[in-house]
Ligand binder design. Structure first.
Ligand code: URP
Ligand code: ZN
Ligand code: ZN
Length: 455
């Protein structure tokens, strides 16, 4: 056994001093003191917070997004995730139009299996609604996929309202969760034409063409549709606006209970002033072209308040990385052609800990980045808790570490980071996946023990 000794354990019962014993792929014991037996390895983790491994429930790895392939593969993305303390990612497999969900799932397994440092699970995104997809939902459930995604935006992905209703109705008897990208796509298309037509062609046109109203309207519509479907279980992904938050509060006040809220570090830490960044070549603002876009300071403040008040369930990254060079730069002169997405899979725990540990403490960090993602996405109690019998996915966190994020030293396979120069307080000291040490002080050990998590 391996005993992590003298740590500050972040457990479902609260924070306490103690030891954790890992035996193979499981946590064997959690106790105030575990006496080592001959042959046991004892790792002194005094001064560190011991978390159940962090879970990033929103990633796009090794994925064609309609404009380009993402820069990170499952290999590079899960390695970077592990360096930051994330031991499981839930990635969006996507059944594009003309592709069945079983075909997409098989393809995502082909891409991921055997290459991952962190564990991985799949949501399944549907780009069309038809009898084949309706029939295949149960098969997905049997193959370990219990959460799905639909889009209200992007011409090649979006469903209409009636289709969204039918997906929600079909998922109900299966106990499935629908994650929804809430932006009104027809409005965005028209506003993009208008903004571009008015002569705004650079990255600063991106947020102008996707205002908060487009998100709030889509969230409000989704929640009414979910109500119509009998209070169906929905996860509003990447919430970015105060107006969208208010739409969720309204639905909850009307009595809707099955609503989960995800936001991302970028909407808690960055605002739309970033689109003016020039950099060396006048195009650095493209780093922040993601959908939804970065918002106004008032939106950031509203989300931060909601987070601290406990209104937000999970923080995920929406990691969808594209290089500036050779990928995003293709949208120079036309912001509509910049591949949408940002990088963050490696840095989420440090960004969130630095920004919120003071207000939320280690239990709050655990709730948002480990426990709640496990609960919302069907991995609890196997993951998301430091307890006997749970998986030996553990992040030993050094709250005293001080370091700075730089693209030059990151492990994400992308040529920039939206958080360049961010000064971090705290770092993943030791990271275990299935009982194996995968990263130490932000550097990978080279093992790839990540397994598919059937949910
Ligand atoms: O810009 C983003 N977020 N691209 C990834 C796809 C999505 O909308 O989640
Ligand atoms: Zn999305
Ligand atoms: Zn996404």
């Amino acid at each position: 056994m391996r005993i992590l000794a003298n740590g500050t354990l972040v457990t479902p019962e609260g924070v306490r001093e103690g030891d954790v014993a890992l035996d193979g792929k499981k946590i064997a014991r959690v106790a105030a003191r575990i006496e080592p037996a001959p042959g046991d390895e004892v790792v002194d983790v005094s001064g560190c917070w011991v978390f159940p491994g962090f879970i990033d429930a929103h990633t796009h790895l090794q994925c064609w997004t309609g404009m380009d392939w993402t820069a990170d593969s499952f290999e590079t993305g899960t390695r970077a995730a592990a360096c930051g303390g994330t031991t499981t990612v839930v990635d969006y497999a996507t059944a594009d139009r003309g592709v069945t969900m079983p075909e997409a799932l098989a393809e995502w397994h082909r891409r991921a299996d055997g290459t991952c440092t962190a564990n991985y699970a799949f949501h399944m995104a549907l780009a069309e609604w038809n009898e084949t997809n309706r029939r295949d939902l149960a098969a997905m459930r049997e193959q370990g996929v219990c959460s799905f995604k639909t889009y209200f935006a992007y011409d090649h992905l979006r469903l209409d309202d009636a289709e969204t209703l039918e997906v929600l109705e079909a998922l109900k008897p299966l106990g499935g969760t629908l994650c929804v990208h809430c932006e009104n796509g027809t409005l965005v298309d028209r506003l993009q034409q208008r903004v571009f037509g008015s002569g705004v062609t650079g990255p600063e046109g991106h947020p102008l063409s996707r205002p908060d109203v487009c998100e709030a309207e889509a969230i409000s519509r989704l929640l009414y549709i979910a109500h119509l479907a009998g209070d169906a279980r929905v996860n509003v992904v990447h919430l970015s606006t105060k107006l969208g938050l208010e739409a969720i509060r309204d639905a909850k006040a009307r009595g809707q209970e099955n609503i989960y809220i995800e936001t991302c570090p970028q909407y808690l830490l960055l605002d739309d002033s970033r689109y003016k960044e020039q950099g060396d070549d006048g195009f650095a603002g493209a780093k922040y072209v993601m959908s939804p876009p970065l918002r106004k300071p008032a939106d950031v403040a509203a989300l931060r308040e909601a987070l601290v008040a406990g209104e937000i369930d999970t923080i995920a990254t929406d990691h969808c990385s594209f290089n500036l060079c050779g990928q995003k730069e293709r949208g120079r002169g036309d912001f509509r052609k910049i591949p949408n997405g940002g990088a963050g899979i490696e840095h989420r725990p440090a960004l969130v800990a630095t920004s919120f540990a003071g207000q939320l403490g280690p239990t709050g960090l655990c709730r948002l980045m480990s426990e709640n993602p496990a609960r919302v996405f069907g991995m609890w109690p196997r993951k998301g808790r430091l307890a006997e019998g749970a998986d030996a996915d553990v992040c030993v966190w050094d709250p005293e570490a001080r370091w700075t994020i730089h693209a030059a030293t990151q492990h994400q396979a992308v040529d920039h980071t939206p958080y360049e120069g961010f000064q971090c307080r705290g770092r993943a000291h030791l990271v275990y996946v299935g009982g194996e040490l995968v990263a130490r002080d932000g550097e990978p050990t080279g093992t790839v023990p990540g397994e598919f998590v059937s949910r």
